[in-house]
Design a protein around this ligand. Structure first.
Ligand code: ASP
Ligand code: MG
Length: 476
């Protein structure tokens, strides 16, 4: 049987959307409404906001030899979950059952942390076991609320569906295996009209060992499930009205972008606008699935629709090209310079291999055509390690004065202007630079051309908010 148009919807609710009794009740109403329109709805949720941090911070402290936080966190987790439960679930059996199963998870947390304290160390695998507990608690809670309100639901552990490799803390799914497992798990629930409430963020290796997909990974979970279930739509429910033209904390009149292409959102997700986990886009694009970002706390707002790149209308006015301005803070610019670098093949390769050996990724690269310097951005935190690694790599060249210096700048910010056409439309770069010039903001580096949909500039940290405000004025 061919699926009807409104066959399957996957909705993901983030930490704040399940962060209180009233938020959870709103989630219930949203799902109840959509259930009337769709044959099947799959709900994916995060841990209650703040939970993952509590879990991981406590584990880290325990491994560092301090167990004081364990019992404090145990009672905090219990209070948070039980308070919501008591405010939402009236049926005594459901209330008692859920309390006892959440309690078991909290005791698991206590013993994992205790083991780390005794050993004085932890492993990525053990941290994933700890981090997974947040989602495992929240799904139990939300499923109870649904059932108590007469909407049949069943919590489901993604460890039985999302099969991943063993790259703990940043695992990658095996899509074919995930497809088989997910269908096996969810199809029976669909036939019984039961709404699955699935843990975001987590998965398991083929051997069944719990993994996580990286912080903020519940969005990715929803995309993975949408793709393997061949859903019609994936909706990401968050606490803002979709994707904004700028961070509303910086720009008061930032607006929702009604529609944005997959390439544009990918650039935004990467460049600091925490709207969507960056890995979310690929599976939905490849599966040809619709994606929408909307606000649990303003559910009638249409939010932002993601559209295929092919559907993007070529803008004619410069003022329509720029969709959003965003910034990544706490970066440093690393420069490697020397007259002896001219025409020497392999220097860039060695430089980036040295950076990679510190586990640091590089968001922006520029090199002047004279080849006498390479410059790239890295996050501030690992900059000392990176500089040391580079100086070790180029010890000979530094001694011979082929390279004069390897150094990191003062903290800088990367400013990214996103919009289809920023590369191919004459005049865009000019507008951007003159706006910044009007504000007397100096541009330290620029990366333009590698992406069709963005221009990135590096500016001093102190200027970043002013720069965002100034460039936001270029948006129609
Ligand atoms: N709870 C996880 C985190 O805080 C995953 C998520 O919220 O998406 O990173
Ligand atoms: Mg989140």
């Amino acid at each position: 049987m061919l699926p009807s148009k409104f066959d399957l919807l996957v909705m993901k609710f983030g930490g704040t959307s399940v962060g209180s009794a009233s938020a959870m009740k709103t989630v219930l109403e949203i799902v109840r409404d959509e259930k009337k329109k769709w044959k099947n709805v799959v709900v994916v949720i995060s841990a209650i906001s703040g939970t993952t941090n509590i879990l991981l911070d406590t584990a880290a402290q325990a491994a560092a030899g301090d167990d004081a936080l364990i019992s404090k966190s145990v009672s905090e987790l219990r209070t948070r979950h039980f308070e919501i439960l008591d405010q939402t679930v009236n049926t005594p059996e459901i209330n008692i059952n859920v309390k006892s199963s959440i309690n078991e998870l909290i005791e698991e947390f206590r013993s994992l942390c205790h083991a780390m304290f005794v050993l004085g160390e932890t492993t990525p695998r053990a941290l994933d076991a700890v981090a997974s507990l947040g989602e495992r608690m929240s799904v139990r809670l939300l499923a109870a609320i649904f059932n108590d309100a007469g909407l049949p639901a069943q919590f489901a552990e993604a460890t039985e569906m999302v099969i991943t490799n063993n790259l703990y803390q940043n695992a990658n799914p095996d899509f074919p295996a995930t497809q088989v497992a997910t269908h096996q798990k969810l199809r029976p629930l669909f036939s019984d009209g039961i709404t699955p409430i699935v843990t975001g963020f987590i998965g398991a290796t083929p051997q069944g060992i719990t993994t996580t997909l990286g912080r903020g990974g519940s969005d990715y979970s929803a995309a993975i499930l949408g793709a393997v279930l061949n859903a019609d739509d994936v909706w990401i429910w968050t606490d803002v009205d979709g994707v904004m033209t700028a961070d509303p904390r910086i720009v008061k009149d930032a607006r929702t972008i009604p529609s944005i292409s997959y390439s544009e959102i990918a650039e935004l997700a990467y460049y600091g606008a925490k709207v969507l986990h960056p890995k979310t886009v690929k599976p939905v694009v490849e599966a040809g699935i619709g994606l929408r970002i909307c606000n649990t706390f303003n559910p009638t707002h249409p939010g932002t629709r993601l559209i295929a790149n092919a559907e993007v209308q070529e803008p004619t006015e410069i003022s329509q090209i720029i969709k959003a301005v965003t910034t990544i803070r706490n970066q440093k610019l690393v420069t490697i310079e020397g007259r002896g670098m001219l025409g020497v093949p392999g220097l860039a390769a060695r430089a980036f291999a040295a950076v990679a050996s510190t586990g640091t990724s590089v968001p922006l690269i520029t090199q002047s055509s004279s080849e006498q310097s390479i410059c790239f951005a890295i996050p501030s935190a690992p900059s000392d390690n990176v500089i040391n690694a580079l100086r070790n790599e180029f010890v000979k060249e530094l001694a011979n004065n082929d390279i004069d210096g390897v150094f990191a700048s003062e903290p800088v910010s990367i400013l990214t202007v996103v919009g289809y056409g920023t590369k191919n439309t004459p005049g865009i770069a000019g507008r951007i630079f003159s706006k910044l010039g009007d504000e007397a903001i100096n541009v330290l580096a620029i990366a333009h051309g590698s992406s069709d949909v963005s221009v990135s500039l590096v500016i001093g940290s102190k200027d970043d908010s002013r720069a965002v405000l100034a460039l936001h004025n270029l948006i129609n």
